[in-house]
Design a protein around this ligand. Structure first.
Ligand code: GDP
Ligand code: MG
Length: 392
């Protein structure tokens, strides 16, 4: 069989399974990301910057072997495999490298795709470091495992020196037969040179998230985007996909279930589920009860509100609902003009879109506070979100 076709067929299968998981259990499978590199390269700093401090703070660092520790947390759909204390000057280096390679290769033989390693970030410190042949050998071995592999130059504080260093790394890798590997320059955390001197601001994190996303298998894409805390744009795209998915369910399932006036219980259940799934894409960690509370006290108060929809007086959320509807839904199978229920469909679809977008806007407005919130401040944010959504 054509390998490419085979792979894309399997990818589709697993994508469907990931979607089913989300639908049934309402949580995403975990993306497995290996972060490798010598001790002090900036691995922990990078993890914290991309996935938020929560992962390392409340996450359990679980030793897998002497060489690898796993970081995970129930609320974040990612599992980080950290090659903690690799010292390439060590006499034991060959053994260490083999042990790490063994763990990754072993997982990659797993029949369950969600158990495999989905991406490897290899960190090399750009500032004041030499790129060693041993390191290049290590990269060669790891990159041969067939997992998306990205080189991260860490602690990048001076463009000229960093570009120069990237050139050297590229040349050595090329000599070792590793061509065209994606390399991303990153400064994970602001850099303070000295008191009184200007601070160098962090950079490159968005690029690293983009490059990683581009290289991921489709079935684990949603998990990684939901777990990272850097790109709001990717989260927005994911949330829009979930709204579209709900509209697709509307088409496929019994339509009246989505119309609150006809069946308020079913409609609310579905909207709450959409709220929860979108909330997950934005790492809000809002509990089911909190989401219910927000929903019931705002959007879910259908009386009067639902009819405003037929009078979309320029409110941009309505406009967005219209745009979204016209772009993605109108004319799709089940939404053709010839369908005699088209107006019902259209009305219900716009209701879903309007609710979804309102929810996205409320989350995005409070996002910075939400991802840092403790139980107390979360309560306050929930109240603010209710107020905001009431007035939409
Ligand atoms: N300012 C700043 N410091 C960094 C950055 N990356 C790493 N460091 C510092 O470098 C040291 C080693 O980093 P760490 O993340 O612990 O490296 P690891 O051993 O690879 O996990 C720590 O003191 C970090 O604060 C960065 O992007 N910015
Ligand atoms: Mg560390």
């Amino acid at each position: 069989m054509n390998t490419k076709m085979h792979t894309s067929h399997r990818n589709k299968q697993w994508k469907e399974r990931a979607a089913t998981l989300l639908e049934d259990k309402q949580h995403l499978p975990k993306a497995n990301v290996v972060i490798a590199g010598v001790a002090g390269a900036g691995k922990s700093t990078l993890i914290n910057a991309i996935f938020g401090c929560e992962l390392a703070k409340t996450g359990m660092g679980r030793p897998i072997t002497r060489e690898i520790k796993v970081w995970e947390n129930d609320d974040v759909p990612v599992r980080i495999w950290d090659t903690m204390g690799l010292e390439l000057s060590d006499k034991q280096v060959k053994n260490t490298i083999n042990a790490i390679k063994g763990v990754i290769a072993g997982k990659n033989e797993s029949k369950d795709p969600f158990d495999r390693i989905h991406a490897i970030w290899y960190c090399i410190q750009a500032v004041g470091s030499k790129f060693q042949k041993t390191e290049s050998d290590f990269i060669k071995e790891l990159s041969g495992l067939g997992v998306p592999f990205i080189i991260v130059l860490t602690k990048c504080i001076s463009k000229k020196t960093d570009d120069n260093f990237e050139g050297i790394v590229k040349d050595i890798l090329k000599n070792d037969g590793c061509d065209n590997m994606p390399i991303v320059q990153v400064l994970a955390k602001d850099w303070e040179i000295d008191e009184g001197l200007p601070v160098i601001p962090s950079k490159g994190l968005e690029k690293l998230v983009d490059v990683t996303t581009e290289n991921l298998e489709g079935y684990i894409y949603d998990s990684f985007i939901s777990a990272q805390t850097i790109s709001k744009l990717l989260k927005r795209e994911l949330a829009e996909k979930y709204i579209l998915h709900e509209c697709d369910n509307l088409r496929k399932e019994w339509i009246k279930a989505y119309i609150p006036i006809v069946n308020i219980f079913d409609a609310n259940k579905r909207m709450e589920r959409m709220f929860k799934i979108i909330g997950q894409a934005y790492n809000t960690n809002l509990s089911e009860d909190e989401i219910k509370e927000i929903y019931n006290h705002s959007i879910g108060k259908w009386k009067g509100k639902a009819f405003n929809l037929s009078n979309p007086l320029g409110h941009w959320v309505f406009k967005k609902a219209d745009d979204f509807y016209n772009k993605y839904i109108k004319g799709q199978k089940g939404f053709e003009q010839s369908d005699r229920n088209i107006e019902d469909y259209e009305w219900a679809a716009k209701l879903i879109i309007w609710s979804g977008y309102s929810w996205i806007l409320a989350i995005e407005q409070h996002w910075d506070d939400l991802i840092k919130a403790d139980a107390n401040s979360k309560k306050k944010i929930v109240e603010q979100m209710i107020e905001q959504l009431k007035n939409i």
